[in-house]
Design a protein around this ligand. Structure first.
Ligand code: SF4
Length: 368
């Protein structure tokens, strides 16, 4: 389990190592054909900032070699905003007095049809963590309803046990996203004071349970802004490398959510500039030519237009972050504000104008 690997590391020591990296270490990392975690550490360090142009060129080349000139498009479908956890950064947090909503079968189909009309064949099912209402039984029913309409189904819901993942995979689940939020144990406690999510270790070992269950693809990431993004990203990369070695049949993706305003909002403890986010995206690509890199509508149109040329391989578009947002209940409260509200057709046009091909389903399915 990754928790045993994680125990061997000390946050403060890792952070110091990152900030001690020199331009010579960055140049060495840039000159290599294959890079390791120590190179990644140099590439995310402040010392790498002057090398951004060179990093971007290598990242662009490696991405095109592996993925061609294609960008995958996906869209989130929020099943429920019910949640028994308190998370300091989320509009769905248990203590927030909002109208709670879980889609019933008819409403789910309304959402599915609205999304299919936009052209999507890849959907990401999202929900808060409320075991009584949105537990495994609900997910099985949701997958049975959604499966006939999509070529690829991803989920971002509460962490589950291995046997529950096995049940969902049997129903057609392809991908699970599970973000650690932060690898800083004390800060994690601070931001998750109540509910099942407050169990740091259970969340940390969720990708292992997914790997054992035989998931096709899983997505990792941290919520950028909760803690020092460089140190959190190092631990994400460490986690990724461990998983790739242990569950080598599974594919992996990384996301880069930056803390966004929501109703009652938390300010980021650590700000990350656009240049720094580009640095991080390129550093991941230089570490790992295979990993998919995904950017959501949390980011601005300008930033997203630019990022597709630098290593990003998947974008969401036209997203609503509330259950029923595509038609069944458009007035329910959003999880967070989106920054890029352009329609999927406009995003597809932008991708084509950049010389890339928008892909409406996950290409892995075609290769199996
Ligand atoms: S981040 Fe997830 S678990 Fe936390 S309050 Fe929001 S929906 Fe619930």
């Amino acid at each position: 389990m990754f928790s045993q690997v994680f125990e061997q590391y000390d946050w403060a020591a890792v952070k110091q190592d990152i900030y001690n990296k020199t331009p010579a270490a960055v140049e060495k990392a840039l000159s290599r054909q294959r890079r390791g975690l120590d190179d990644f550490m140099a590439l995310i360090s402040p010392a790498a900032a002057p090398y951004l142009e060179e990093m971007a060129q290598i990242s662009h080349r490696l991405t095109q070699q592996r993925f061609g000139k294609t960008i995958q498009l996906y869209i989130p479908l929020y099943l429920s905003n019910e949640c028994q956890n308190i998370c300091t950064y989320c509009g769905f947090s248990y203590e927030n007095k909002i109208r709670r909503k879980t889609l019933n079968g008819g409403e789910l189909l309304t959402e599915v049809m609205a999304i299919r009309k936009m052209g999507y064949e890849h959907v990401l099912l999202v929900s808060g963590e409320a075991n009584q209402t949105v537990g495994t039984d609900y997910f099985i029913k949701a997958l049975q309803a959604v499966r006939p309409h999509f070529a690829h189904i991803s989920m971002e819901v509460q962490p589950l046990d291995q046997h529950e993942y096995e049940l969902l995979i049997r129903e057609g689940l392809n991908t699970v996203l599970v973000y650690q939020e932060t690898y800083h144990r004390e800060d994690y406690k601070l931001h998750h004071p109540k509910g099942k999510k407050s169990n740091f270790g259970y969340r940390l070992d969720t990708p292992d349970r997914l790997g054992k269950a035989g998931i096709h693809k899983m997505g990792l990431g941290v919520l950028i802004g909760l803690e020092d993004w460089r140190t959190d990203s190092y631990f994400t990369a460490l986690h990724l490398r461990y998983l790739e070695k242990t569950y080598w049949k599974t594919r992996y993706s990384i996301s880069f959510p930056r803390l966004r305003p929501f109703s009652g909002g938390l300010r980021p403890k650590v700000e990350m500039t656009d240049r720094e986010l580009i640095q991080l995206i390129c550093a991941y690509r230089l570490l790992d030519e295979e990993v998919e890199l995904s950017l959501s509508t949390r980011e601005s149109p300008l930033f997203r237009d630019h990022a597709i040329r630098l290593g990003i391989t998947a974008l969401s578009a036209g997203s609503r972050t509330n259950p029923g947002g595509y038609g069944a209940d458009p007035q329910s409260l959003e999880q967070f504000e989106i920054h890029d509200d352009r329609s999927p057709a406009v995003i597809a046009g932008m991708i084509r104008a950049g010389g890339y091909e928008p892909v409406w389903k996950d290409w892995d399915q075609g290769l199996q």
